[in-house]
Each structure stands twice: as C-alpha cells, then as structure tokens.
Design a binder for this molecule. Structure first.
Ligand SMILES: NC(=O)c1ccc[n+]([C@@H]2O[C@H](COP(=O)([O-])OP(=O)(O)OC[C@H]3O[C@@H](n4cnc5c(N)ncnc54)[C@H](OP(=O)(O)O)[C@@H]3O)[C@@H](O)[C@H]2O)c1
Length: 291
C-alpha cells in the first residue's frame, strides 16, 4: 500500500511520516511545494512529488497510484476551495481508497476560529464523498505551539501571552504532535477499521497556561511567566503586529477565546484507543525533545 502525506515538511505531517518510517512502512510518498526540503528531511526513504495547494494542476500527479492519503492543510486565507478540489481529485482516481483528514477539536459550524468553520465544511464534504473511506483526525491545541510560535516573546520578555486564566478555570489538554503523527500513521496503515471514525485527540491532562510556563521554565532553565490578556486587547496586539498576516489574526485570537469558553479543556482517551497506550504528557514531551 502506498501512503501519501500532504504537509509533510510541517509539524504534524512530518510527525506522520516519521511514524510511518518507524513502523517500517517504506512505501511513503510526500507531496511538497519544496521537493528539496522534503527530500533533505526524509532522505531517500520516501518518494517526493511536487505539490502546491495554489496549483490545482499538481493535485492529480500527487494522488495517482496511492491507496491512502493523509491531508494536513496549512493555514491559508481560504482552505475550502483548494480542499474541495483536492478531495474531488482523490475521488476521481482509480487508486485512492482512504482519506485521512486532519482538522481539530475546535472545528465546527460555530467555531470561534474562521479556519475551524472551514475545516468543518471540508470534513462534511469528505464524509459525503462517494467511493472513498474517510477518517477525521481532530487534535486539540498542540504542545509545540509555545516553543514554535512564542519562543521569540519568551526570549525577549520572559513570558508568553494568551487568554486570561480566570482564577485557574481556563485549562487546555494540549496534545503531543508525536502522538498525533502516530495516530495518523496507524490509521493509514490499518485502513478499513478506521473508516467513518472521528478521533478527538488530546493530552492526558488539562493544564493552566501558568502551569505550562512553569514546565517551560524548567525546560529552558530560565524564568518563564504567563501573561493573560483579555480578548479585545489581545486581538488588537495581533492586528498591530506587522509580521502577522490579517487572515491569521482571527485564528490566533479565536484559539485563545476558545480557551475561555472551556472548549480546550476536555480530555479524551482517543490516543489510547488508536495506539493502545497512554497519551504523552507535557513533561514527557519536553523530556523527549531535550534542551
Ligand atoms: N497549532 C495547533 O494547535 C493546531 C491545533 C489543531 C489543528 N491545527 C491545524 O493544523 C494544521 C497545520 O498543521 P501544522 O501546524 O502541522 O502545519 P505547519 O507546521 O504549519 O506546516 C504546514 C505544511 O503545509 C505546507 N504548505 C504551506 N503552504 C503550502 C502550499 N501553498 N502548497 C503546499 N504545501 C504548503 C508547508 O510546506 P513548507 O514546509 O514548504 O512551508 C508545511 O508542510 C492547520 O490545518 C490547523 O488548522 C493546528
């Protein structure tokens, strides 16, 4: 069986390919806009094809001859148009039997994130697509977010920023991206038993962001604090940041707002349901990546 991973040079797609290769599945195709970057990351162990979400003419070549397709979409101003075109192209191939699409626990018709509403449209489109089995993989917020997106703020100010903690009531069950990649790889390899399933992936416990700050302080070996900022000034600070494109503002602010609604707190056991082991803790994640 040949498995295609779209988004493999990124965080969760990369974890999926790593897990597939660790499982001994050598039959992996990676679709990437920067073929050299993909080949450099995974070596000769994977087949690399050129693919660009902005070039629909690249979709068919990526899909032809694969039985299973893992889709991780980047955050774009519009994911619905390219997402539907890709799904249509998958259904038109002779080969594709299973599509595994990643969205998120915060996705739905009433999502506070614009991309959450768009993922929901695409997930429903996939679920109604003729001729292919589907699996919806829905992670909550990633454990990696702070060290990827807020490391600059941590280094400059000794703090990272987000929703107010409201006396400890606001918590998030951050999920390990390694677990997420292993789940997507396992679902792709095991195929049919996961058709028609939606997996809501979280870590094993919900943490306040000030607790995350304490863990990051231990990991980085320097003080790190958490600063809660109410939604309106938080959104304004994102809008005023020249490095943040407009279409990202609503998604970043929406994720923080979702925390205050309690949407990121629920803990599920779906990682264990698929992998047969407990989900990685925040402490285990930090110990694994090392200093
Ligand atoms: N962060 C969270 O807490 C969280 C939680 C739940 C769900 N999500 C969802 O996670 C997804 C993002 O996943 P991620 O953070 O793992 O991704 P990521 O690290 O940002 O990687 C994005 C991937 O998409 C590729 N890409 C970007 N633009 C492209 C284009 N025009 N054509 C082809 N490939 C393109 C990137 O390629 P290059 O390497 O060439 O840039 C990279 O491989 C989003 O759908 C988001 O809604 C995120």
């Amino acid at each position: 069986m040949k498995i295609l991973v779209i988004g493999a040079t990124g965080n969760s797609g990369g974890a999926t390919v790593d897990a597939l290769l660790e499982n001994g599945n050598g039959n992996v195709r990676v679709a990437a806009r920067d073929a050299g970057k993909a080949q450099e990351r995974f070596g000769a162990n994977v087949e690399v094809v050129s693919f660009d979400w902005e070039k629909p003419e690249t979709y068919r070549t990526a899909l032809d001859g694969v039985q299973s397709c893992v889709i991780v979409m980047p955050v774009l101003p519009d994911i619905v148009t390219p997402g539907k075109a890709l799904l249509d192209a998958a259904a038109e191939t002779e080969s594709v039997q299973h599509v595994i699409k990643m969205s998120g626990t915060l996705c739905g018709p009433e999502s506070p994130l614009p991309i959450g509403k768009e993922h929901e449209v695409l997930d429903q489109y996939l679920m109604n697509l003729d001729g292919v089995g589907w699996t919806s993989v829905r992670p909550t917020l990633f454990m990696t977010n702070m060290l990827i997106y807020q490391l600059g703020a941590i280094e400059e100010t000794g703090a990272f920023y987000g929703a107010p903690e409201e006396d400890g009531k606001v918590k998030s069950a951050y999920v390990s991206v390694k677990d997420l990649g292993e789940v997507m790889a396992t679902v792709a390899l095991e195929g049919e038993k996961h058709y028609g399933q939606s997996y809501q992936l979280t870590g094993p416990t919900a943490l306040q962001d000030s607790e995350v700050a304490a863990l990051l302080a231990g990991h980085l070996g320097k003080p790190v604090s958490y600063v809660g900022v109410p939604n309106e000034p938080y959104t304004k600070s994102l809008e005023d940041n020249p490095y943040i494109p407009d279409f990202l503002v609503g998604n970043l602010a929406g994720a923080e707002y979702a925390k205050t609604l309690g949407l990121t707190a629920p803990v599920t056991t779906d990682v264990k349901k698929v992998l047969g082991r407990d989900a990685e803790t925040f402490q285990e994640y930090l110990a694994r990546i090392g200093s």
